[in-house]
Design a protein around this ligand. Sequence first.
Ligand code: OSB
Ligand code: MG
Length: 371
Amino acid sequence: MKIESITFHQIKMPLVSPFETSFGRETDRECVIVEIQSEGLTGYGECVATRDPGYNYETTGTAMHILSEFVTPLILGKDVKDALDFQEKVSGIRGHHLAKAGVEMALWDLIGKREGKSLRQLFGGTREKVEVGVSVGIQESAQSLVRSVAEYVGQGYARVKIKIKPGRDVEDASAVRQEFPNLRLQVDANSAYTLDDANILKPLDALNLLLIEQPLFEDDIWDHHKLQEQFNTPICLDESVLSPRHARYAIEMKACRVINIKAGRLGGLSQALMVHDLCNENKLPVWCGGMLETGIGRASNISLATLSNFVLPGDISASDRYYALDITNERFVLNADSTIDVPSGNGLGVTVNEDALKKFTLLKKSFIANS
Ligand code: OSB
Ligand code: MG
C-alpha cells in the first residue's frame, strides 16, 4: 500500500461522567485520530495517548510530536506491505507504543477495506459478539460507588471492575461485594501500591474477585511475582506488559495469572495478537482492556476480543457509557446477555462522523506525499 497522505487529529471529547483512577480524574478525553489515504481508500486509527502522562509516559502532545516528526517520514510516500512491515520501518523509534499503535490500526483498517474483510476475519476471530464489562471509576464514597455499580448492573453489565487506590480499596470492594454477592467483580489499582502494602490488600483475597489488576509499579514484573505468591486471587498485569517479550518474562517469572491486552500499550494490534498467542500456548487467560476509546478504537478492541483466548469479559462498554456524541456514525450497544456485537463491515467496520470529528478537534496536522 502506498501511503499517499496522513492526517493526525488531536481531539478532546466530553465524557458523560468524570472518570477517576488512582492517577487522576478526567472529565474530557483527549486522543489522536489517525487518518491515512492509500490507493483511493481511507483508513482510520486511534492513538490512545491521553492529555496527561498518568497511565504511562505518553501524552497526546508527545504522540503528535513522535507521529509528525518521526513516524510520518518513515512511511509517507512509501509502500507499507502490512502491520509487520510497518513495525520494521518504525523499529528505530524507541518506545512510544501508543503513538505507533494508532498508525498500525489505520493500516489494518486499510488492509481490511482493500481485501474486503473485517478486522475479525483478518485476525481469525470466531465470535460474532464478545462478552463485556464496565470499568467504574473511584466515586465520592463507598455508598455512591455501590449506587453507580447498581446502575450499570441494572443496564445489563454482568462484569464490573472498580478502580482502587490507597485509602479507597478494601472498604469500597467489600461494599460492592456485600451488595452483589454473585457479581463477576475485579479491581484495578493502576500501580498505586508497593510490595510493602501487601497486608493492606490482603482482605481483597476473601472477596472472590476475578482478578487484581496492576497493583504495583508500572515498570515492575518481579515484585508482582512476590505479591502473587501471597494471594489466591489471580494478579493481572496491565501497565507493565509492554511487548510480547515482557509477556514472556511475566509468564516465566509467574508474576501474574492473567494478562490485560491493550493493543495501544503493546505498540500495535500485531503485537497484541502475538501476546494473545503466547498466553494461549502457556494457558494464561487474557482479556481486552480499554482506554475510553471512541467508536474507532472500540471497533478495534471488539474485533480483537473475538480471538479464542479472550476468555474473560473486556473493558469494552457501550458507547453511551462514555460519550453522548461519538466520532463514529455507528454506536455500540449492550445486548441483554452482557455482550456487544462485532462489526462485520470491511476493516474496522465503522464510518466517521466528519462534523463530530471537526467539532472535537484541537489541532490537525496533514502530510501529503510528493507524487
Ligand atoms: O487501567 O484499564 C485501565 C482507562 C484509562 C486508562 C487506564 C485504564 C482505563 C480503564 C477504562 O479502566 C476502561 C474502559 O475503556 O472502559
Ligand atoms: Mg488497567
